[in-house]
Design a protein around this ligand. Sequence first.
Ligand code: PDD
Length: 287
Amino acid sequence: MANMSIQNLVYLNGSFIPIEDARISVLDRGFIFGDGVYEVVPVYSRRLFRLTEHLRRLQNSLEGIRLKNPHLDVEWRELLEKIVASNESDDQSIYLQITRGVAPRDHSFPEDVIPTVFIMSSPLLAPSKELVATGVSAITANDNRWLRCDIKATSLLPNVLLRQKALDENAVEALLLREGFLTEGSTSNIFVVKSEMLLAPPKSYLMLPGITYDVVLELAAAHDIPHEIRNVSEYEIRTAQELLLTSSTKGIMSITHLDGKSVGNGKPGKIFLQLYQLYQNYKSTVM
Ligand code: PDD
């Protein structure tokens, strides 16, 4: 329910301010080099979903780029809860970003620089009922990203180009293939159903360890949905019964067309429908 007294604030380096007033230096290394990391945390009914796990992944990303975490987890929680409270929607997508800070342009790390910390919120819009019912289209593309895709880095140019390629071909996602095997999507993790078995590529440097990915595997285990974590080949994707994508902003969605061809019978499949319902129930019951 929209609340007119809520001002929709962002957080920047210690201040809660309207986004129009948020300013950073053009020398910020996030701007100059994409030298930063980020997280996207979904908020359902004003509750931060799986915050502990998002903060753990943030810590891993920071270690991956050798940047000290500027906050303790309790401090992050407090900042994020304040942002949730100062934004109107009950369901929000919280974006937080940390960069190595402002310094004269030089690739090497600057000394004694304070990292830039930015947090904003957008309304979290669940995919429409129609999209859930029809599923979405995807394309395949060559995974031409770097070899540390486990770091949630703000330098996302390959992902930007890959997702735009999908949109240019009237699809919503690009399924990425590296040496004949599925890694993930340009903005999501991908699951494959073959012979009634839910398959997920194993976590590695080649993909982002998705928080929604973990939830889906937990739900599959808790509800006796046969599943296996293993590499999935291009052939298996092209002959899959079902393809699913997961992310914090989209939840779980069915991919019903790949490179213009139907996946299975071209409709969301049995395992998607089961997991979709389980995910809806799960997110309404937990913090
Ligand atoms: N992206 N893989 C990539 C490359 C992603 O960008 C994302 C999410 C995921 C899914 O991770 P999670 O389930 O933790 O959201 C996998 C976010 C939503 C984004 O960049 O906006």
